[in-house]
Design a protein around this ligand. Structure first.
Ligand code: VGL
Ligand code: ZN
Length: 179
């Protein structure tokens, strides 16, 4: 049995100054690096939101968000403060129009990859608490993994005040651990 760390969408566009900058998003880098380097994980996965230029989630297509994390652009790159030395695998998601791709399990083979490595437990951290972290954690629970969200290493978008805390509560209610 093995433990994996899933570092969600710590990308330039989700940090302050980016296309969809999350307030304080850059502040989580130290904790993410500490988890990756000293957390004792068997597998460390970094996800990237990786959208086509005309993704359905973008305003011009009638979606919720400004254009962000467009594949192959600087905004979609992992943030430079993220230490890559312990990252085993990068998983791109949201690569197709027609799905938000919030979850790292949506349209990817992450669940199979984790099982292949005998992973039964995942720790989830990164951006943003109320979107990609939440959906990744809920899908991991659905897929049968034990899930812990490292709340201090996440930050919310909060389109509505309280969305971050509500997301953490949804994860607890679904059987996840928030610490
Ligand atoms: C995200 C909104 C749109 C996230 C991605 O990474 O939480 N949020 N795309
Ligand atoms: Zn997105």
């Amino acid at each position: 049995m093995a433990r994996a760390l899933i570092l969600v969408d710590f990308q330039n566009d989700f940090t302050p100054g980016g296309a969809l900058g999350v307030e304080g998003g850059d502040e989580v880098s130290a904790r993410l690096n500490e988890l990756a380097i000293a957390g004792g994980f068997d597998l460390v996965v970094a996800t990237r939101d990786w959208h086509p230029p005309d993704h359905d989630s973008f305003h011009p297509q009638g979606g919720t968000w400004p254009e962000h994390a467009v594949a192959q652009t600087p905004g979609a790159e992992l943030h430079p403060a993220l230490d890559r030395t312990r990252i085993d695998l990068v998983v791109d998601k949201g690569t197709e129009s027609g799905t938000d791709g919030y979850s790292a399990f949506d349209g990817t083979d992450l669940a199979e990859t984790l099982r292949h490595h005998d992973v039964d437990e995942v720790v989830v951290a990164g951006l943003a608490t109320d979107y990609c972290v939440k959906h990744t954690a809920l899908d991991a629970l659905d897929a049968g993994f034990a899930v812990t969200v490292e709340a201090a290493a996440t930050r919310p978008v909060e389109r509505e005040p309280g969305d971050g805390e509500r997301a953490l509560q949804e994860i607890r209610d679904a059987g996840g651990c928030v610490r």
